[in-house]
Design a protein around this ligand. Structure first.
Ligand SMILES: Nc1ncnc2c1ncn2[C@@H]1O[C@H](COP(=O)(O)OP(=O)(O)OP(=O)(O)O)[C@@H](O)[C@H]1O
Ligand SMILES: [Mg+2]
Length: 383
């Protein structure tokens, strides 16, 4: 997949920008605060329908204006795709694919695949479980429509079940409450376990891919990703043998169910659902120790890079084409040796957008592709 053209109108510090991207490397060079990351953010927005820096779309509108518009043309193996994202205060964010308005994110996610590596990424390791669930959900959602639907269903069931638990708080012994909760439990378990099984399988795949990338970026030790569900499933991650999905679904459903029975009084007292995939986590281990607690910042950064490269491999195998790689501020994120490995990796022909303040980065690249000079919201091609 390639991003061919990008158009921005009143987006962040750009009044009007039209650029054509190179199929290989695109370098955005400029001092701090000039608008390099804003371009990366715009590409990400077109790929995923949302910013990774803010959930408030209004912040993306150029100060003093009220609306923004972005358009990007992707060239995919099954045809060209024009993605338009627009925002106005009255109508909120609107997305069109090849001119057709999209009603929900469920239909939209996965239309174009982008992978980003940037300064905020450390939160995947250092942050709370919610960051890792967000990561997993967006990875799986981008390639699996069924998962997107399951997630939406699960969220709905969870909200309704929690509301019911709150309402039923003072009727703990009522037979009606018991019967109603039995029904909610059934639904929660059936959708919840589908999500858990998918997560377990994807984490297993990511673990193997990330370990390969980890070795390639010349890091020592064994990197592993381990699934930590909210209740004990005996074997917290799948072994390397072919996973028996049906067997696992049956077993985990029974365990999930038992857990809900055990926790019912507690749940009724507190008015929330205490167990399920909304409380899942994933652990990064290096030679068996938890990286969150014991690894250096540099090691954590390298692990996130390995994870991003694993993401590229994962998308290629699921979608049959490469994602677009966005590298924000690599010079400050990675040492020269790790960068050299990264350049080798993307020389396989992955379209990349690289932001940097450091001209020397250009000299590190075998084929620098296109260089754009970014200054105060205007962009000029330098070569
Ligand atoms: N909604 C907005 N309207 C106008 N300008 C904005 C808006 N949001 C951010 N900016 C400006 O955009 C600039 C930041 O751009 P960006 O984050 O792309 O910088 P950068 O070139 O990546 O810098 P660095 O090298 O420090 O990462 C800031 O100067 C900020 O004031
Ligand atoms: Mg930046």
């Amino acid at each position: 997949m390639l991003l061919d053209k990008l158009r921005l109108r009143n987006f962040r510090n750009y009044t009007a920008l039209d650029i054509e991207l190179f199929p290989g490397k695109n370098i955005l060079l400029g001092n701090n605060g000039q608008g390099k990351t804003n371009i990366i953010e715009a590409v990400y927005l077109c790929g995923t329908g949302k910013s990774y820096r803010t959930s408030r779309d209004m912040e993306l509108v150029r100060w003093g204006e009220s609306t923004f518009y972005t358009a990007s043309r992707f060239i995919r193996k099954n045809g060209d795709l024009l993605v338009e994202v627009a925002f106005s205060p009255e109508r909120g964010k609107r997305i069109r694919l090849n001119g057709v308005h999209q009603d929900t994110a469920i239909d939209y996610i996965g239309a174009a695949n982008v992978v980003i590596f940037g300064p905020d990424d450390l939160r995947i390791i250092k942050g709370g479980p919610v960051e890792r669930r967000k990561f997993l959900d967006s990875e799986i959602s981008a390639v699996n429509e069924r998962y997107r639907k399951d997630l939406a269903d699960y969220r709905r069931i969870l909200i309704q079940r929690n509301t019911y638990l709150k309402d039923a708080r003072h009727k703990v012994d009522s037979i009606h409450v018991k019967a109603a909760l039995d029904v909610w439990d059934e639904q929660l378990v059936s959708v919840g376990v589908r999500i858990m099984v998918r997560r377990a399988k994807v984490i297993q795949e990511f673990s193997a891919l990330a370990q390969n990338a980890w070795r390639d970026i010349s890091s020592l030790g064994l990197l592993k990703l381990i699934y930590r569900p909210s209740f004990d499933v005996e074997r917290p991650f799948l072994s390397d043998e072919q996973a028996d999905e049906q067997g696992m679904t049956k077993k985990w459903s029974a365990l999930f169910h038992d857990e809900l029975v055990k926790l019912r009084q507690d749940e009724l007292m507190r008015g929330v659902t205490l167990v399920g995939p909304h409380r899942d986590d994933m652990v990064f281990t290096l030679d068996g120790t938890d990286m969150r607690a014991f690894s250096s910042q540099g090691q954590q950064r390298a692990a996130v890079l390995a994870l991003r490269l694993a993401e590229l491999d994962f998308i290629r195998s699921e979608m049959g084409e490469d994602a677009i790689l966005l590298l924000d501020d690599v010079s400050s994120e990675l040492d020269p040796e790790k960068r050299a490995h990264l350049w080798k990796y993307i020389d396989r022909g992955i379209q990349t957008v690289i932001t940097t303040t450091d001209e020397k980065i250009v000299d590190e690249l075998s084929e620098p592709g296109k260089i754009f000079l970014v200054q105060a919201g205007s962009v000029q091609e330098a070569n």
